[in-house]
Design a protein around this ligand. Sequence first.
Ligand code: UDP
Length: 497
Amino acid sequence: QKAVNGLHHGAPTSPQPHFVLVPFLAQGHIIPIVDLAHVLVDHGAFVTFVTTPLNASRIRHYIERARDLQLSIRFVTLPINCAEVGLPEGSENLDALTAGLKQFKEFLEACLQLQDPLISYLKEHGPPPNCVISDIFHPWTGDVARTFGVPRFSFMGFSAFSHLCRHIMDSKNIYDKVTDDHQPVSLPGFPHPLEIPKTQSPWNFPIPDGRVRNMIIDEEPKVHGVIVNSFEEMEPVYVECFDKAIQKKVWTLGPMGLYNRNTKKPNTRGDKASMDIERCMNWLDGMQDQSVIYVSFGSIARIMPLQLIEIGLGLEASKKPFIWVVKSRPHNSEFEQWLIEERFEERTKDRGLLIQGWAPQTAILSHNAIGGFMTHCGWNSVIESISSGVPMITWPHFAEQFLNEILVVDILKIGVRIGVTSSVTWGSEKRDEVMVKRDDVERKILELINEEGEGMKKRDKARELGTMAKKAMEEGGSSYQNIKLLIQEIQQQIPVV
Ligand code: UDP
């Protein structure tokens, strides 16, 4: 069904529910919510997608595409005043915070500014909202939902496994009396024995004390349900236990990135890609099936120059083809100089592709030539890898990434650990620290991209999961049904006029 200015042509048989989506201002949160917006409109809903001007300019291609195809998505941009909270101009996305966690509190405060303008906007521009889906980092959206008397669902980009871990860690205060961050602590009530040290828990990326944290704690139990970008068949036990633990419905609606799997032309997600998709695809076309290792660490992790050099040397030593994504950041000059002086790209030109900046990740992952993904285990990267049936080398940095590693390696058995055991403090990375040596990079690549043995088993298992993921999103699949059910549930609450 198409729409012009948000209004559908013809008379829909049942009322068209209006979802207001408010993602947190970070690529790892915006991208899946853009996917969710498309999933919802595909199923007949109308969506208002809320963001800020700078973030809107970064997802301009989605906005233009939605306009060209006359999709029922309305993108609303509301400004935030960074100076008011003491942040530099333009700090509208997590990846713009040069001091990392030290600016997190101010950043969360800045987001509070969106509340009143959003309420005014929604009052002035119909149709009235029927549901708010928003990030837990936007606790102020609870008030928005209450203003319009509609339910709020939370989304925070975690798997059900990580959600359940976090819920137990927080509700049972398991780290309260622990003085050693590296001491494994057991999670009481988890469906099987599990011990996690604080450094590997989401507490390594703490929500700073203060007003917003109190609001988050206050608002989380009030949500109507939790949206998860995962699928039931992959982690049924954790979905069920999390559901029971919070006594709310846990809606697995993913992998949401698969909504556009039928489009012939692979497209980029999030920022504009720094390298043409065609160039990447052509390059991959020249490689053997499942032979290439893709290396990328998401949108905010900062890899220091000596570590980058070590990765480069490990990749080279493995003699396997690779695509390596390195973010262009101010601290990278030493690495860039090394690239030139050592003629790294020239040395590896027959089998290496270096992307400096933003990569068209999902397009790359879905190419047959990709045999493995060295990832920081951000949930989007993990679920994208699973969607494409690609096994992983796990290298978590912070937040819930170590939990995702456990799911990938120990539970789903589709990955190998690179071997890091402590988190990095985002924004306080040690310049000269090398956490992983080149030999380990080489060894793990050879272990995963291997024609026989464990590597092969992991690859088969990953492929099986990839097929299951696609089925979940197809008509009749579990996530497909859940999307229908969610829409129906909201439709039933719309007053008949
Ligand atoms: N991404 C991308 N190109 C890049 C880096 C990241 O398309 O060069 C996308 C990636 O596909 C994923 C998101 O950005 O959808 C990153 O989310 P993730 O949860 O993996 O990590 P985060 O950035 O939140 O740490």
